[in-house]
Design a protein around this ligand. Structure first.
Ligand code: UPG
Ligand code: 3PG
Length: 320
C-alpha cells in the first residue's frame, strides 16, 4: 500500500506504550521543542511529556530526554521550560563557532548538537489542544518499521478566533502554498495530509544528512529530502486527532510562505543550499495617509549544511 493511500495513515491508537517500549529496545528518543516567546504554553507541553514518558520523573521511559531550544526569546520561555523539567539551550549558545541566525529551522538544526536520541521528535511549543498520544503516535512507525525515516502528524486543525470560537479549518499556508506547490511539482507527495505539520519525528541519521533551511522551510525541506533520499515509502503519516495552536496574522504568514517556497524551489534545482545569511525582500502594502504604502521585510531563506558534514569543534585537529 502506498504512503499516499488514506488507508496507510496510522492512528496514534495503534501504538500502546507497552508495545512501543518493547519495540524500542536500545533505541533512544529525544523530544525537541523549539520555542520563541512561548512562556504561556511551553511549561505545560514540557510537563505533560515528561510526566508520561521520562523514567526519571516516574514516566514510562519511552522518551529519554526533553530538550527545549530557546530561539531568541525575549520572555521567560527558557525559565518556564526549565522549571517544568526540560533541558534548555538557547539556539545562539549551541555551536557558537558557526554563528547564529533567527528561525525555527535554525533551532531544529542546532538541536542535533545537544541531543543524543536515535529518533528526534519535534513538537511545537504553542500547542493548546493536544495530548501526549502525539508522542506515541509519532514514534510508533519509527520504532516498529525499519524502512520508515520520517513520520508526519495528521490532524484536524480548526482556526480559533479571538473569542475562542472555531472558524473554518486552519492551515492557511498549507492550503494556499504547500499543497498547490506539491500538486504542481511533486504530485507523488500530494497524499501527505499535513506537509507543514510542526509535529514530526525523524531518524537522526537521516536528518543529519540534510541541508536545513533556517526558517519555516524546515518541514517542507525534510519531507522533500526524505522522499528524494529514501523514497516516498520512507514517509509515514499518523492521525493524532485534533490540534489547536496560536495563529499568526496574514502578513506574518506571508513571510512564512516565502520561506516555504524558497526551500521547496531550492529542491527543484541542482543548486545545493543557499548561504545561511541569504534574505529576500517581501513587499506588502497597507493603506496609509499617502495611499498604499509598501513595507518591505527581509525574510531569511538561507540554509545550514548537513550536520553530519560539520567537523566536531571538540575533536582533535578541529578548529577551536
Ligand atoms: O524563530 C522561530 C519561530 C518559531 N519558533 C517556534 O516554532 C514553533 C512553530 O512556530 P509557529 O510560529 O507557531 O508556526 P505555525 O504558525 O504554527 O506554523 C506551522 O507551519 C510551519 C511551517 O512549516 C511549521 O514550522 C510550524 O511548526 C507549523 O505549526 C513554535 O514553538 C515557535 O515558538 C522558533 O523556535 N523560532
Ligand atoms: O501550517 C500552516 O499552514 C500555518 O501554520 C498557518 O496555520 P493557521 O492558518 O492554522 O494559523
Amino acid at each position: 500500500m502506498s504512503v499516499t493511500d488514506p488507508a496507510a495513515i496510522a492512528s496514534a491508537e495503534d501504538f500502546t506504550v507497552d508495545a512501543l517500549l518493547e519495540a524500542k529496545g536500545d533505541t533512544t528518543v529525544s523530544v525537541v521543542i523549539p520555542a520563541r516567546d512561548e512562556e504561556g504554553t511551553v511549561g505545560e507541553v514540557v510537563r505533560r511529556i515528561i510526566t508520561d514518558f521520562v523514567a526519571a520523573q516516574g514516566g514510562s521511559g519511552l522518551v529519554d530526554e526533553v530538550v527545549v531550544i530557546d530561539s531568541d526569546s525575549t520572555d521567560r520561555t527558557g525559565e518556564v521550560a526549565r522549571e517544568a523539567g526540560a533541558t534548555v539551550h538557547t539556539a545562539a549558545s549551541i555551536r557558537p563557532d558557526v554563528g547564529t541566525v533567527p528561525g525555527k529551522g535554525e533551532a531544529l538544526w542546532k538541536s542535533q548538537f545537544v541531543t543524543r536520541g536515535d529518533v528526534l521528535v519535534f513538537i511545537d511549543a504553542d500547542l493548546v489542544d493536544w495530548g501526549t498520544h502525539f508522542i506515541t503516535g509519532l514514534v510508533g512507525p519509527l520504532l516498529t518499521r525499519d524502512e520508515v525515516r520520517l513520520v508526519k502528524a495528521v490532524y484536524d486543525r480548526p482556526m480559533i478566533d479571538a473569542d475562542g470560537r472555531e472558524e473554518e479549518a486552519g492551515g492557511r499556508v498549507t492550503e494556499l502554498v504547500a499543497r498547490p506547490w506539491l500538486a504542481l511539482h511533486r504530485p507523488e507527495l500530494a497524499g501527505i495530509v499535513q506537509p507543514l505539520s510542526g509535529e514530526w519525528a525523524i531518524r537522526r541519521a537521516a536528518f543529519a544528512g540534510f541541508s536545513v533551511p533556517v526558517g519555516y522551510g524546515v518541514e517542507i525541506a525534510a519531507l522533500l529530502d526524505t522522499a528524494d533520499r529514501f523514497g516516498v515509502e520512507s514517509v509515514a503519516q499518523v492521525d493524532l486527532g485534533r490540534r489547536t495552536h496560536r495563529h499568526h496574522r496574514h502578513d506574518t504568514l506571508g513571510l512564512m510562505a516565502v520561506q516555504v517556497l524558497a526551500a521547496a524551489d531550492r529542491r527543484r534545482s541542482t543548486a545545493s543550499g543557499g548561504d545561511v545569511q541569504d534574505t529576500v525582500g517581501l513587499t506588502q502594502f497597507a493603506r496609509g495617509e499617502g495611499g498604499f504604502e509598501p513595507r518591505v521585510s527581509g525574510v531569511g531563506v538561507g540554509e545550514r549544511p548537513a550536520a553530519a558534514s560539520l567537523a566536531d569543534p571538540t575533536a582533535d585537529g578541529a578548529a577551536s
